[in-house]
Design a protein around this ligand. Structure first.
Ligand code: SF4
Length: 377
């Protein structure tokens, strides 16, 4: 078993796991609904399975409203879950606040999209970092040890020399520097997993790469498990080891990043990749069906039956309107799966050669080995 030289922890060890994670937000009832027995809910996240391993970045990709940020907040235990389980090192966890939450947060930290909103504008960088170190008992026993820990945190996120930044206020830093401070604050807890919710989407394009490279460096040096939430599948291809794609609250495709981005199997993943501004390419690939693929995401209060992508899918078949797709292995690389009926044995057998499903080794199309039992019908 390979050990990380800095942390001594085994590489690839499972840190955090979501099993059938589900979150429904109740919709506030109007006066006219008081005598109505139905209780509407937003089906924000349904039956999500996700594994975060040490030394690996897992990207969760999808358009706005797909539920990816809700997954991060559920994993951070900021929201109670409706159903499913969250396991930390194989132990089921459910924390409500107080000491339990601090103990959990010491191992699982979150980085938010807007670094300015996540830092208190009336306090210095020294205050933010000291607070994190003290809450998580990493501040040492003397002023010298605290100063050394502060310097170490800022050096880790490449804000050097540290004394130039420690006594500044957030508004005196650039967006990229603020996000580095937010990352340093998360590292003050000495976590095993980082949940990064669109960490670069509010930064200038020119500095995004620097922050992603920093996260990748931390992943390697500190053997961190990182969840990288993004709507930009191109950055997932660059930065993440594994990529999961979400649509309308459900996972639709997953696997190692190269397979998912170079050989996308699910029509929605293909749409995400093809949505780069190249009208000729889109027209060539999808023909008349392009209009359907580019529609709006569905309502999550009454999500579409069967496959939630069917109203937009250029390949939709009659069964897609009624049957919820299960995870099916694609067969090009181990662990690459898609929740799409195109890869069902019966559909593949009926496909003409050269069609979408036939392009992915139809003989290897089977129900994924790691599919959750309830998903396999
Ligand atoms: Fe399209 Fe059907 Fe696959 Fe859904 S299951 S993505 S509707 S082909």
């Amino acid at each position: 078993m390979m050990l990380n030289p800095e942390t001594g922890a085994p590489a690839n060890e499972v840190v955090l796991e979501a099993i059938g994670l589900t979150k429904h937000f109740p919709v506030r009832r109007k006066l006219r609904d008081l005598f109505n027995r139905t209780h509407d809910a937003v089906h924000a996240v349904d039956d999500v399975h996700l594994t975060l391993r040490r030394g690996r970045v897992t990207a969760l990709v999808g358009e706005s409203g797909s539920g990816k940020s809700t997954v991060a907040r559920l994993l951070a235990q900021l929201y109670p879950r409706t159903a499913g389980d969250i396991q930390l090192h194989g132990q089921s966890t459910k924390v409500k606040g107080g000491r339990q939450f601090r103990q959990y947060a010491a191992r699982v930290q979150m980085i938010f999209q807007d670094p300015f909103a996540s830092l208190n504008p009336v306090h210095t960088i020294r205050y933010h970092l000291t607070r994190s170190l003290k809450i998580h008992h990493n501040a040492g026993n003397s002023a010298e040890e605290l100063e050394a820990a502060l310097n170490n945190l800022l050096t880790r996120v490449s804000l050097t020399p540290p004394e130039r930044y420690l006594d500044k206020f957030p508004h005196e830093l650039s967006g990229g520097q603020r996000q580095r401070v937010a990352i340093a604050r998360a590292l003050g807890a000495d976590p095993e997993a980082l949940l990064a919710d669109e960490p670069v989407s509010m930064l200038d394009v020119s500095i995004r790469l620097g922050v992603l490279n920093l996260l990748r460096d931390l992943k390697e040096r500190l053997n961190l498990a990182i969840l990288y939430i993004t709507h930009d599948i191109a950055s997932a291809r660059y930065f993440a080891d594994d990529t999961m794609v979400m649509y309308a609250g459900r996972m639709v495709e997953g696997g190692d990043s190269e397979s998912v981005t170079q050989s996308p199997a699910h029509p929605y993943t293909r749409l995400l990749i093809d949505s780069a501004p190249d009208p000729d390419r889109i027209a060539n690939m999808l023909g008349d069906a392009a209009d359907r693929g580019n529609g709006e995401p569905p309502s999550l209060i009454k999500p579409p039956s069967g496959c939630r992508f069917h109203p937009r899918c250029p390949m939709a078949m009659p069964r897609c309107h009624t049957d919820l797709p299960v995870r099916l292995e694609i067969g090009d690389k181990p662990g690459h799966w898609a929740a799409c009926w195109l890869y069902d044995e019966a559909t593949v057998a009926a496909q003409p050669p050269g069609s979408a499903a036939a392009g992915h080794s139809p003989e290897a199309v089977t129900v994924a080995a790691d599919a959750h039992p309830e998903e396999v019908r």
